[in-house]
Design a protein around this ligand. Structure first.
Ligand code: NAD
Length: 321
């Protein structure tokens, strides 16, 4: 098949591209490299079944042309990361809402199946643990920029369901804190790389708040497997799935595990949320997926142990970071 991967030069997208090429497909990546990078897909440049188009999902002509020529679309392009929600909420909303609408509109026009990359952020700060796919969303004020990302992805999901009613074939995956090699550069972006950047430089690991917040980290290979299953499983049609591990760990425990696995002597430093993000941010205390639907319908379960995934990630960053 000929498959379009938007955001294919990003962290998750690049691993998805690896897997799709490995399975014998033709792959076209559409990415403006605003956060991803050619380095993540460079190893495919000589592959005749691979093509890279450096452009935006907001470019109607390009998106129309690429979707008209493919069989399936994995839509991963998006503006992601806490840093962006706080610094550039406009970009988050513009790309994730308008770009997603355009991709879905054209997939509907040409009758192509879409798998849309959504997020655990959808659930907001709901206190009902674990999060099941049909649970309520609980969000804070629109004056707090951090909620723009959750809202933008929820609009993307609503567009998926709306186009489904018009005949679009689609599925949605909600990722839970995916990590692994090729993430954003060290010490920017997301918690695993921020901690790792500090650990590898021998600096104290900064914990925002008391460190008792928990997350469930999902190794990238598992996330890719869940994504492909959501696209290919017949019963997944028109459905939304949590894609994640349900192994919960606090930020303090994560910092300690990572320090130990890196054989580092970094200490821990507690900082206030306001000190780091000002008033534009609000943290979420716990985030755990209910994984039963993905297990039952997709036959998917994240299997990479956290220590194993962290070891692979640390080794990669030591060599490439
Ligand atoms: N990694 C996670 O833990 C996680 C969790 C939840 C959801 N997601 C979603 O999965 C997708 C991939 O995330 P990721 O972690 O690989 O992030 P990433 O930032 O590495 O990848 C996103 C890619 O989209 C590209 N992009 C941004 N704006 C674009 C535009 N206008 N046109 C074309 N390309 C554009 C970026 O250059 C980047 O390569 C995103 O949609 C994200 O919201 C990821």
């Amino acid at each position: 098949m000929k498959i379009l991967v938007t955001g294919g030069a990003g962290f998750l997208g690049s691993f998805l591209v690896d897997k799709l090429l490995e399975r014998g497909h033709e792959v076209v990546v559409l990415d403006d490299v605003s956060s991803g990078g050619e380095d993540k897909i460079l190893h495919h440049f000589k592959n005749l079944r691979f093509r890279f188009v450096r452009d935006s999902i907001l470019n109607r002509e390009i998106v129309d042309n690429l979707i008209s020529q493919c069989d399936q679309v994995y839509h991963l392009a998006g503006v992601v990361g806490v840093h962006h929600y706080v610094i550039n909420p406009y970009a988050v909303l513009n790309v994730n809402v308008n770009g997603t609408q355009l991709v879905l509109q054209l997939a509907h026009k040409y009758n192509k199946k879409v798998c849309f990359a959504s997020t655990s952020e959808i659930y907001g700060r709901s206190a009902k643990i674990p999060y099941s796919e049909n649970d309520d969303r609980v969000l804070g004020s629109t004056a707090i920029d951090r909620w723009c990302y959750s809202t933008s992805k929820a609009i993307g999901e609503h567009f998926c369901f709306a186009y489904k009613k018009l005949g679009l074939s689609m599925s949605i995956v909600r990722y839970f804190n995916v990590y692994g090699p090729r993430m954003d550069r060290l010490d920017t972006g997301r918690v695993v790389t921020i901690f790792l950047g500090q650990i590898l430089q021998g600096k104290p690991v900064t914990i925002i708040g008391d460190g008792n917040q928990t997350r469930c980290f999902t190794y990238v290979d598992d996330a890719v497997e869940g994504t492909i299953k959501a696209m290919e499983t017949e019963k997944a049609e028109g459905e939304v799935f949590n894609i994640g591990s349900n192994r919960e760990i606090s930020m303090l425990e994560l910092a300690k595990r990572m320090t130990q696995l890196s054989k580092s002597s970094s200490s821990v430093r507690f900082v206030s949320q306001r000190e780091v993000y000002g008033d534009s941010y609000e943290d979420i205390q716990r985030r755990v997926p209910d994984i039963r639907k993905a297990e039952k319908t997709l036959g998917f379960k994240a299997t990479t142990e956290l220590d194993e995934g962290l070891k692979r990630t640390i080794a990669w960053f030591k060599e490439n970071g």
